[in-house]
Each structure stands twice: as structure tokens, then as C-alpha cells.
Design a protein around this ligand. Structure first.
Ligand code: CA
Length: 476
């Protein structure tokens, strides 16, 4: 009897400890599961569609960015909401078509209006993360407003290390204007060296300091926007390259993405960090970008203007080595990020993006968007499925079937009026929800972009000023 009760006690102790162990494991799993991810949005500037290894580049070296693509998903039909810097960033950071709050033209105001910037009632992704106990940081180029109320610290970022303007020298500037100075929360930073490295170092340092708290990092490199400044050692590395400045600038950008990747790995944060990599618009002609088979470039409504390299990586949740071909928008970054962090926002925000996670986790297939729209002043475009319409004010519209004609050379406007009318109608309906642009662009610049659109719509050569003089230019 004694022996029986002794054995029974041992069995009971073992059973309880086993249940406790299971419970602890369950709780452990749950805490891992519930730990909010860090979110990093890497924005690069004016980069070409074909200028990264993962997109098929054969002449630029981007091993670390390629690794990021291998860690997750790269996209072949991803688009930004504008073909120039400022409005594209306004769409990305608010998750809304920026024309809904009047941020339609480039820059943040004009000589008549003064600086206007991001509408005061627009909510940024940083606002949402900050409210939900994330540490938030903006690093690099801002270009969303220069007045106090539009600076990063007032738009949800607890920390800002960068510059307010749309571009600047990659090297130290003597007596820079306040908008061009590198600053840390309003205080000028005097730096030595090369800006891409300086921004990259700050990002690494920030991760180290914030490793114990979830953070949202908006890391906006001005590379590879003009001026075409590169480090001497990188220029030597590419001395025989036909695009040596761009190759050197891209190499430096890649090295800095590598530094960040290594730091996340070293701190065991990589697995639970959701990383995006995107260019703010298509490759520009003035930095010698290569948009591959796409027609057009930065500033126009052909695919070369808004179809961009895009990566999403989140090793803990998203399977690696994926290619995604569905129609996707930069507006999806907002929606996807809050879904990843399990944050609910008010429906009043009326976001235009889609949560991409079900698509990337193979729970859903197809196109996240059936339709996308673009407009900047006199130029507009619509995408419905495979079809793309481009409309130029007082000139007319062209229609392409991208599934057969990615280079947008075969205008179907006369032969397929039914589809043309459908897309025109869709565009008008979308436009009825917009407000008038709060500022415009310089008249001369508007004339140039109008001229470029007209010529490209007619498949005619475009005459434009390049940094090296005047060139004839068709498509590329
Ligand atoms: Ca840009």
C-alpha cells in the first residue's frame, strides 16, 4: 500500500511538472508570437527598375540588397503613388492617395503659396506607431514640409536625423541653409565623410540603442538622386564602368544596407523585423538609371516612372525566396505594417492600401489591387488589370495592354474604345474624391514634362537636357 502511494506521488509530481512545462512553452510561444515586430522602411531615391541584382542588373553590384530580397519577397508589379519624390513620400507615409489632401505637385509649396507641406490633419504611419508605444525615427531625406508643424518631430517621429530638403550634397556643405543642413532634432550635425555612410551609421546605432523596444524606422537615403557624388575609393573600384558614379553610389548604398542587416542579425532582431525596400519613383535620366524594358522615367506616367523595385522581408512570418507578381502599391506599406503589429486604426482614416500579409503568407492569391490611379497636375494614368491608360490634358489618352506590351508602344485607344472608356470613367470617379492641388509646379518645368509626355505618347524621340548636354532620347 505504502509502495503504491509512493509510486502514485512520483507519477503525480512528474505529471504536474510535465503540464507546467507544456504551459510554460505555450506561454513562451505566445510571448514570441505577440512580441510586436520592428518595422523598417528603406526608401531609396530615383533608382532604376533594373539597377539591382535581384531585379536582373548585370552591371551594378548590390549583394546585400539582393540578400534582403532572398530573405523575403520581391515584387515585379509594384508601384509608387507618384512619379516624383515629395508626393510619392506623402502617399507612402499616410497610406492614402496624396491628392486626397492636395499633395499633388512636387516639392512642398511654390513661390505663390510658400511652404505648405503635409496637410496638418494627415495621420502618418509614425503617428500610429508612436501612439502604440513604438520608438519612431526618421533618418535621411524628409521632403514633406519645411515649416515647423510639418517637420518629422511633429509628424510622429520621436527622433529625426536627416535633412528637410529634397536633395543635397553627399559631402559636408559650408554654411548650408537650414533646409539642407544635416540635423539631429533641430540641431545642426557637422559631419566628416560621405552622407550615405553617415545615415547608415546612425541607423545601425539606433538599432543598437533601441534593441529592447519595438521601433519603427523610416530610413530615406537620398542615394541615388543627383548630385552624382561618390567616394573616391568607390570611383576607383568602378573607374572603367560606363556609369561609374551611379555604380559607386549604389555600391555604397548596398554596403550600408549590409551594415544594418548585420546589426539586426547580431542582436537577434532580424527574424522579427519587417523590412521594406522601395524606390520613391522610377529611375531618373539625369542619374543614368536603367529602367530596363520599361518606357519613360522619373516624372512621367509611363511604367518607368512609377513601377519600382520593391522588397518585403519578415523572416519570422514570411517565407523566403518568393517572387510576387500581383498588382501592389506603396500605399500598402501603411496597411501591412499596422496589420503586422496587430494595431487597429479608426475607419475614419480611410486608407487606400491593402494588407499584403495574406498574399505573402500564401493565404490569398491574385492581385491586391484591381485598380490603381495616378495624377500630377496635367498628367494622369489609370491601371485596371492588365490595361493602362495615360491621359494628357488638352491632348488625349493612350491605352496599352501591359500583359502583351510592357514597353507601352502599341496604343489601343482607337481599336478598343470600350476598355478606353472604362478606364477613363474609373479615373474620373477616382478624381471626384480628390481636392485641388494645394500648390503647383514651375511653369517651365510643367511645359517640359508636358512635352515629354506628348512625345512619348506618340512614340517620338524626346529632346531633353542631360547633365552632359542635349541628347535625343527615345524611351530609355
Ligand atoms: Ca525621387
Amino acid at each position: 500500500m505504502i509502495k503504491y502511494s509512493y509510486l502514485y506521488t512520483i507519477f503525480l509530481v512528474l505529471f504536474i511538472s510535465c503540464v507546467k512545462d507544456k504551459q510554460a512553452k505555450k506561454e513562451d510561444n505566445r510571448s514570441t508570437k505577440q512580441k510586436p515586430p520592428n518595422v523598417i522602411v528603406v526608401v531609396v531615391d530615383d533608382a532604376g527598375y533594373l539597377d539591382f541584382g535581384f531585379m536582373g542588373s548585370k552591371d551594378l553590384d548590390t549583394p546585400h540588397i539582393d540578400q534582403l530580397a532572398k530573405d523575403g519577397v520581391y515584387f515585379t508589379d509594384a508601384h509608387v503613388s507618384a512619379t516624383v519624390c515629395a508626393p510619392s513620400r506623402a502617399g507612402l507615409i499616410t497610406g492614402k492617395y496624396q491628392q486626397r489632401f492636395g499633395f499633388e505637385a512636387n516639392h512642398t509649396g511654390d513661390k505663390h503659396t510658400g511652404d505648405i507641406g503635409l496637410s496638418d490633419d494627415a495621420t502618418t504611419l509614425a503617428d500610429v506607431f508612436k501612439e502604440n508605444n513604438y520608438n519612431t525615427v526618421a533618418i535621411g531625406k524628409w521632403h514633406l514640409g519645411e515649416t515647423k508643424t510639418d517637420q518629422p518631430k511633429q509628424r510622429g517621429f520621436k527622433d529625426f536625423y536627416g535633412f528637410l530638403s529634397g536633395g543635397r550634397s553627399y559631402f559636408p556643405i559650408k554654411n548650408p541653409p537650414a533646409t539642407h543642413a544635416l540635423q539631429h532634432n533641430g540641431k545642426r550635425v557637422i559631419f566628416d565623410g560621405y552622407l550615405t555612410d553617415v545615415l547608415g551609421d546612425y541607423a545601425v546605432d539606433y538599432v543598437q540603442k533601441n534593441k529592447d523596444n519595438p521601433f519603427f524606422m523610416y530610413l530615406a537615403y537620398n542615394a541615388v538622386h543627383t548630385p552624382m557624388h561618390a567616394k573616391e575609393e568607390d570611383l576607383i573600384k568602378y573607374k572603367d564602368h560606363p556609369r561609374k558614379e551611379l555604380a559607386a553610389m549604389t555600391w555604397s548604398l548596398d554596403q550600408n544596407i549590409g551594415k544594418l542587416h548585420n546589426k539586426l542579425k547580431e542582436l537577434d532582431l532580424l527574424d522579427n523585423t519587417l523590412i521594406y525596400f522601395i524606390s520613391d519613383n522610377g529611375g531618373a535620366h539625369n542619374n543614368s538609371s536603367n529602367n530596363g524594358e520599361l518606357k519613360g522615367w522619373k516624372g512621367n506616367k509611363f511604367e518607368g516612372g512609377h513601377r519600382v523595385p520593391f522588397i518585403v522581408s519578415w523572416p519570422a512570418k514570411i517565407e523566403k525566396n518568393q517572387k510576387f507578381t500581383g498588382l501592389t502599391s506603396s500605399l500598402d506599406i501603411f496597411t501591412t505594417s499596422i496589420a503586422a503589429a496587430d494595431i487597429k486604426v479608426s475607419e475614419d482614416l480611410s486608407l487606400d492600401g491593402v494588407n499584403l500579409l495574406p498574399y505573402l503568407m500564401n493565404e490569398k492569391s491574385g492581385n491586391p489591387h484591381k485598380k490603381l490611379y495616378w495624377r500630377k497636375l496635367e498628367e494622369a494614368a489609370a491601371r485596371h488589370g492588365d490595361y493602362k491608360l495615360i491621359r494628357l490634358k488638352n491632348h488625349g489618352s493612350v491605352l496599352y495592354n501591359l500583359s502583351k506590351d510592357i514597353g507601352e508602344m502599341n496604343n489601343l485607344a482607337d481599336s478598343d474604345t470600350l476598355t478606353l472608356n472604362n478606364l477613363s470613367k474609373g479615373l474620373s470617379t477616382w478624381e471626384s474624391k480628390l481636392i485641388d492641388p494645394l500648390w503647383k509646379e514651375d511653369k517651365d518645368w510643367m511645359n517640359i514634362t508636358y512635352h515629354i509626355h506628348k512625345k512619348l505618347m506618340e512614340n517620338k524621340p524626346v529632346l531633353y537636357m542631360s547633365p552632359n548636354g542635349v541628347k535625343n532620347h527615345l524611351n530609355k
